[in-house]
Design a protein around this ligand. Structure first.
Ligand SMILES: [Zn+2]
Length: 234
């Protein structure tokens, strides 16, 4: 294999590693956001559970006051009932008292239901609290892992960049320019294998003369379709 091709293949390998690491680095903010979103879900669920608990308590208090006010009215009517001398008024008050008592029973039933709901909601809040704490701990671990990964990638990138510079320094300048241009424009495939007279970059069949040149392996040969640099797989 041509010495230049060997050099370019090593260079291409490092460039691909650099590109892969850069891509991974670009994904880091998205990963961070995903973690934050998951943390947000847990926090929101806890807030919603607490809010519901508060709503139940507010409604229970409201019913308690309502029942209390109706009991006061019943007591008042009872007093009036035994003070009146009019039969008609006595009947009306009896009727009203019965109605109020029915109301109170309905309210009391509802209060019992709400007390049960409050108990259940207390459990839900406790579970949501545990879940939110777990999510928070997980988030801290994930962020730590992500930060460590980013630091490791940056350090690898630093090493690769230095190595790349050393390698590139050994390649002929014009050839390096061509390689760099191809690497950027041909999806990280500047130097590709030639197999069964076909360029593995664009999958087109090469002309007989190009094939012969690649086989001879004496000079840098480009695919006449895509322009990539070809090498023979030994
Ligand atoms: Zn090609």
């Amino acid at each position: 294999m041509l010495k230049e091709i060997e050099q370019l293949l090593v260079l291409q390998d490092r460039d691909r590693k650099i590109r892969a690491l850069q891509t991974e680095l670009k994904l880091a903010p998205t990963e961070r956001k995903d973690f934050e979103d998951k943390l947000g879900v847990g926090t929101r669920q806890l807030e919603a559970a607490k809010l519901r608990a508060k709503e139940i308590e507010v409604e229970r208090k409201k019913l308690e006051n309502e029942a209390e006010s109706k009991r006061t009215t019943i007591a008042k009517y009872n007093t009036q009932k035994f003070q009146t001398r009019k039969n008609e008024e006595f009947q009306a008050l009896t009727h009203e008292i019965e109605r109020y008592e029915r109301d109170v029973r309905t309210i009391e039933d509802r209060e019992l239901e709400l007390m049960e709901s409050a108990e259940q909601q207390k459990q839900t809040v406790a579970e949501a609290e545990t879940a939110a704490a777990d999510a928070k701990a997980q988030f801290a671990r994930q962020i730590q892992y992500l930060d460590e990964k980013i630091a490791a990638i940056n350090s690898q990138l630093g090493e690769l960049a230095a190595e790349r510079e050393r390698l590139a320094g050994r390649v002929d300048e014009d050839l390096l320019d061509t390689y760099n241009r191809l690497f950027r424009s041909k999806s990280d495939q500047a130097v590709v294998a030639f197999e069964h007279d076909v360029c593995t970059g664009c999958h087109m069949k090469l002309t007989a003369s190009t094939s012969a040149k690649v086989r001879a392996g004496k000079e840098i040969t480009h695919c006449e379709q895509c322009g990539r640099i070809l090498y023979r797989q030994d």
